[in-house]
Write a protein that binds this ligand. Structure first.
Ligand code: MN
Length: 710
């Protein structure tokens, strides 16, 4: 908003004495902080001047004019000594040979601010404006004044955009409208915000800007007359009621008019409120009294009265707003405030430093809230749109049942509220009560709503993916996505485990816990769960795990069991090893060990149904096991089903002998024309057993040969 008679612009004073350029800065600073020592500012001036010696701005001016101008803006804002000092030094570390260490040593007060601004500038805007903004927000969480220095820097630069190529200027202007204008607004720096908006509009869209200026100018005469008349009437009415007031007319900014035409699609001729009136009174009660007088004299437009004194905006803005139908029937907006509220509107956060008697200044709540979700954003391309969205939404203030204020963007729902309170509450939310009335989780909240979140006590409860379609805050979005991916991760882990074990079964070998662990480390996973999850998500094929295990030598290494000539891996020396009675594996059979609770390790065939059940239930108890070379004899029994004929038994016995096996016993059962013959003999391994089987199958009349009991 531009006052009709513009007050002095921030940082506008320029020294006329070329040998004493700093004195306007010192004068302005001392007017706000009369007792403060100015020597650090003077020292910073000397240091910055010599460091920037020989550098020039695009305007052709010596570079030092820029830090000096930034310091002047900061001093005019009423900033503290270290902030003004940082303004002078803000480009030294980035653009000269000056190091942060030197800065810290010479200017301990200002160095953290210089560092904050320098870090931001270390990545060029062209490469990654998003990352820079992220860093700015995070630095502001540490010290909000970093943002003030950055905004002053941008204001000075915006004033000199005319020296820039138009394309570059328009890009800077867009970025300023998207981010810095909102930052200035959030910090309550109304005056800087308005100027940044106006300059950005001018360079972003010069043609429309000129058009709007012309339209406003064309109406200036009649409008000013009307405005003056209204101001006089208000002054008289207030005076009659004994209220002393300063009354100013104000012209709304070209940018706000443009916004009404373009965004709200209003016809310029129908935009009446391009002017407003500001009433500045001596005390808060006088604000309400003045409002009463004005409403008593002119008809207020319903729904347009706003009490920002009783409920200040989150940036501490206070005023009463109302719109009345003026003497000619046109709407006119009136703002009523005290001097103190007026300063707050113009200088925002800086006003707090100027008037320290107002009490300790608390860093605005939104900074840490914004920093908290910005910090979590990994994808830089998400940062700017999310911030822009967050910035443009009006804030509402809601309450927890305990009375804590939770600020949310307009249109936020109970899920946003829940995540704003705590991630755990968001994750566990099942329902909400708004002002005691049960409401849906997607209901829209209003200022003043008291919200109670009903939570689930089940540890398995998780957010619903549907929530993503109605939550508004980036924080809630992030946390829901994260929580869902954790859920997904759990599912993937289960799937991954299954996939791995069935793959191993198909290879005929089990990998023990320790082999898997080695394989997962070799593949760069932090834990076995991470490996399972990756397999389950289809990112790693099970075969790759198998190969990694082979490469790391995890497969095949192990402990001997002399008795069975087995290698079992990952079990203690001296651990009892038994062949499982359920499947009686023989050498060559694909096997695995299963660590029992008290009876050592049982060796099962991988086909054994009991083992499959056990290994699915407790995969960590599976031990890698395999037969170790030829040695030892194992009892095997074979069942042969054949058509009965003469000399059948003799032929079968011969076949067994041909396989170089010594028969130990045999028995037969004959039913009608079918013979079931059982042969017991000792074999060294599965290969020999298979030889016997093949040999028997050659015998005439044999229908089937199989391991007894299978
Ligand atoms: Mn700069």
């Amino acid at each position: 908003m531009r006052p009709l008679s513009p007050s002095r612009a921030l940082g506008a004073e320029i020294s006329q004495d070329p040998f004493d350029l700093l004195s306007p800065v010192l004068r302005s600073f001392s007017s706000h902080h009369p007792k403060d020592d100015t020597s650090p500012i003077e020292k910073a001036w000397e240091v910055a001047k010599s460091l920037h010696e020989g550098q020039f701005r695009a305007s052709g001016e010596p570079y030092i004019s820029h830090p000096l101008g930034v310091a002047q803006i900061l001093a005019d804002l009423g900033c503290e000594r270290e902030v003004v000092t940082a303004g002078l030094l803000h480009d030294t570390v980035e653009d000269t040979g000056y190091s942060l260490e030197e800065c810290r040593k010479e200017f301990p007060e200002a160095a953290p601010l210089v560092e904050g601004v320098t870090k931001l500038s270390s990545i060029s805007w062209e490469i990654s404006s998003a990352e820079t903004i992220k860093k700015l927000i995070l630095a502001m969480q540490q010290d909000v004044r970093v943002g003030v220095v950055k905004i002053a820097d941008r204001l000075y630069n915006a004033r000199t955009w005319r020296f820039m190529p138009p394309q570059k200027a328009s890009r800077k202007a867009k970025e300023t409208l998207d981010i810095y204008v909102h930052l200035a607004d959030r910090l309550g720096m109304g005056k800087v915000k308005a100027e940044l908006e106006e300059l950005s509009f001018k360079y972003l869209d010069p043609k429309i800007y000129r058009e709007v200026v012309q339209m406003v100018e064309a109406k200036a005469g009649s409008r000013d007359e009307y405005l003056r008349g209204m101001m006089k009437e208000i002054r008289i009415s207030l005076k009659q009621c004994g209220i002393r007031a300063r009354i100013a007319g104000r012209l709304k900014s070209h940018f706000s008019i443009y916004r009404k035409i373009v965004v709200l699609k209003k016809d310029f001729d129908r935009i009446y409120d391009i002017v407003g009136i500001r009433v500045i009174v001596g005390s808060t009660p006088d604000c309400y009294r003045a409002l009463g007088v004005i409403h008593g004299r002119w008809q207020p437009v319903p729904g347009r009265m706003k009490d920002y004194i009783g409920a200040p905006k989150p940036n501490f803005y206070q005023s009463l707003h109302t719109t009345i139908l003026g003497d000619n029937g046109q709407e006119i907006e009136i703002q009523i405030r005290t001097e103190e509220m007026h300063r707050q509107d113009e200088y925002g956060i800086a006003a707090h430093w100027r008037y320290k008697e107002l009490g300790d200044f608390e860093s605005p709540e939104w900074i840490s809230r914004t920093a908290n979700w910005v910090k979590d954003l990994q994808d830089p391309s998400e940062i700017l749109p999310a911030l822009k969205n967050d910035f443009i939404s009006e804030e509402i203030s809601t309450l927890t049942p305990k009375g804590k204020t939770i600020y949310l963007p307009e249109g936020a729902c109970p899920v946003d509220f829940a995540y704003a309170v705590h991630t755990k509450i968001g994750d566990a939310a099942v329902g909400a009560k708004i002002n005691g009335v049960p409401s849906s989780l997607s209901a829209k909240l209003k200022t003043g709503d008291c919200v109670e979140i009903l939570t689930s006590t089940s540890p398995n409860h998780s957010p619903s993916p549907d929530w993503l379609s109605f939550v508004l805050t980036p924080k809630a979005k992030n946390k829901i996505k994260r929580s869902l991916s954790r859920e997904k991760n759990l599912e993937d882990r289960g799937e991954g485990k299954k996939a791995l074990f069935s793959q191993f079964l198909s290879y005929g070998r089990m990998l023990s816990y320790s082999s898997l662990l080695q394989a997962s480390r070799r593949m760069g996973f932090g834990s076995l769960d991470a490996l399972y999850a990756a397999v389950g998500a289809g990112k790693v094929p099970p075969a790759a795990v198998w190969k990694a295990a082979l490469r790391s030598g995890a497969v095949g290494e192990g402990q001997d069991s002399k008795r069975y000539s087995l290698r079992v891996e990952g079990v203690e020396k001296g651990e009892r090893i038994e062949l499982a009675k359920c499947c009686k594996p023989v050498p060559g059979d694909p096997i695995a060990g299963f660590v029992t609770n008290s009876r050592g390790v049982r060796i099962h065939s991988l086909q054994c149904p009991d083992f499959i059940k056990l290994s699915e239930k407790s995969p960590d108890k599976v031990a890698d096991a395999h037969w170790k070379g030829p040695s030892g004899d194992f009892e095997a029994e074979i069942e042969v089903l054949a058509l009965d004929r003469r000399a059948l038994l003799a032929d079968l016995s011969l076949a067994i002998a041909n396989a170089c096996v010594n028969l130990s016993s045999s028995r037969q059962k004959v039913a009608s024309n079918l013979v079931s013959a059982y042969f017991s003999f000792k074999v060294r391994n599965l290969a020999q057993l298979e030889q016997v089987t093949k040999s028997l199958e050659q015998v005439e009349g044999v229908i089937e040969v199989k391991r007894a009991g299978s």
